[in-house]
Design a protein around this ligand. Structure first.
Ligand code: HEC
Ligand code: HEC
Length: 354
């Protein structure tokens, strides 16, 4: 018997020595790769934050469960830049959760469950103590905390709490824990430091939970996806159309920043198609505003219109529809400025079409 067992033990030992450790090292690489591909661009290679808030802070990791992390990845935060990663399967999502956990050796330590609070009192407390950072209705702070490459005065933007993704992920106990402990290394202070009692905390938690009812109500203005491009056909010649556009831009008190041929740099100098012109325009203030709300808007700035003479001699003017920006970047804060931009583009295109 004993002689028979030994080889079995030995093979189990060999399995753990050579196969298992090798396997887990690969798993760790996979975990960090999944994070690098999907998350690092916003949250930083080591979870130290960027466009997305930091994930490696010990206070954060001690106050949230794995289930919270899993659901946050799955649902994202609609309208708050953080995308929903529904294309990742359960296994990949858990792998990312494990990677986030690897940044802290500390244990998850939730505060005890609170008693049901009074949401009406919570509303008042929220308006007084929380709204200046989290927005009057808890929709979240504006901007990303990053403007160009320098840090803004608030290094971390307050997340949206009146948000279906947050509410689906966070239990009352997690919200309560976050309030009681705060998050060291961010502007989020512990409740006691803000002058709030334990009863106040229960009231605020009930108020935050009450956002859920509001969100469940169907909205009348369901988002109709805007068409991706704005197009106008001009009855004037190419040169006249360009002149009309330049004039319309200056009437809007915007500046022409530069213009170049569409195939500039793609063909030898002098060989460019002179009947395909890109006009960049805008105002520095508007560009700054948009970049503060979302640095990725840099892809579309300065504003640009493309003027092209087609083979049949007709002149076409096209632009990316600014109404798409909010949805493209999952950033509801872009919607106001996008609508303003849309009005400007439409007015210019209308003048050209006459
Ligand atoms: C000075 C600005 C500021 C104030 C005031 C403030 N917060 Fe925060 N809060 C933040 C920031 C910034 C974060 C994100 C911290 C991080 O990066 O982990 C945060 C995080 C949170 C979170 C976690 C959200 C999430 O997605 O993980 C909750 C819940 C929260 N705050 C609730 C409140 C409530 C309720 C109040 C009022 C009693 C309040 N905060 C007051 C700035 C603030
Ligand atoms: C395009 C940018 C972007 C990407 C990509 C992104 N996030 Fe986020 N994430 C954010 C932002 C911004 C927030 C804060 C939401 C808010 O302001 O309401 C956030 C919030 C979070 C939170 C909540 C943090 C807290 O304090 O409760 C977690 C967890 C998180 N992200 C994890 C991830 C993971 C994991 C990935 C990759 C699978 C990922 N994010 C990819 C931008 C991003």
């Amino acid at each position: 018997m004993q002689i028979n067992r030994n080889p079995l033990h030995l093979s189990i030992l060999i399995f753990f020595l050579f196969v298992a450790p090798g396997g887990s090292a690969n798993a760790a690489t996979e975990e960090s790769e999944l994070f690098a591909i999907n998350c690092a661009a916003c949250h930083g290679d080591n979870g130290d934050g960027g466009i997305g808030i930091p994930l490696a802070l010990p206070d954060f990791l001690a106050s949230v469960t794995d289930d919270y992390l899993f659901k946050t990845i799955r649902h994202g935060r609609p309208g708050r830049i953080m995308p929903a990663f529904q294309h990742l399967d359960d296994e990949q999502t858990w792998a990312i959760v494990r990677h986030i956990r690897s940044w802290s050796s500390g244990k998850v330590k939730l505060s005890p469950e609170g008693a049901p609070g009074d949401p009406e009192k919570g509303r008042e407390i929220f308006a007084r103590y929380c709204a200046r950072c989290h927005g009057p209705l808890g929709k979240g702070g504006a901007g990303t905390g990053i403007n160009f490459t320098r840090l803004h005065d608030h290094p971390v933007v307050a997340p949206g709490l009146n948000n279906p993704g947050f509410l689906a992920a966070a239990s009352d106990q997690i919200i309560r824990t976050t309030l009681l402990k705060g998050r060291r290394g961010t502007p989020m202070l512990p409740a006691a430091k803000m002058g709030l009692s334990s009863q106040d905390v229960d009231d605020v938690v009930s108020y935050i939970r009450s956002f859920e009812k509001e969100l469940q109500r169907p909205t009348k203005t369901a988002m109709v996806p805007a068409k991706p491009t704005l197009i106008a056909t001009s009855t004037d010649s190419f040169a006249e159309t360009v002149e009309n556009i330049r004039q319309a831009i200056s009437e809007k008190r915007l500046r022409i920043i530069r213009q170049h041929y569409l195939d500039d740099g793609l063909v030898a100098q002098g060989e460019e198609n002179k009947k395909q012109l890109v006009i960049h325009f805008g105002s520095i203030q508007q560009i700054n505003t948009l970049l503060t709300i979302d640095p990725r808007m840099g892809l579309f700035l300065p504003n640009r219109l493309t003027v092209m003479e087609q083979d049949d001699g007709k002149v076409m003017v096209t632009a990316v529809n600014p109404l798409r920006f909010g949805a493209l970047f999952n950033n509801a804060n872009l919607e106001h400025t996008s609508r303003e931009l849309y009005k400007i583009y439409s007015a210019i295109l209308e003048e050209v079409s006459e």
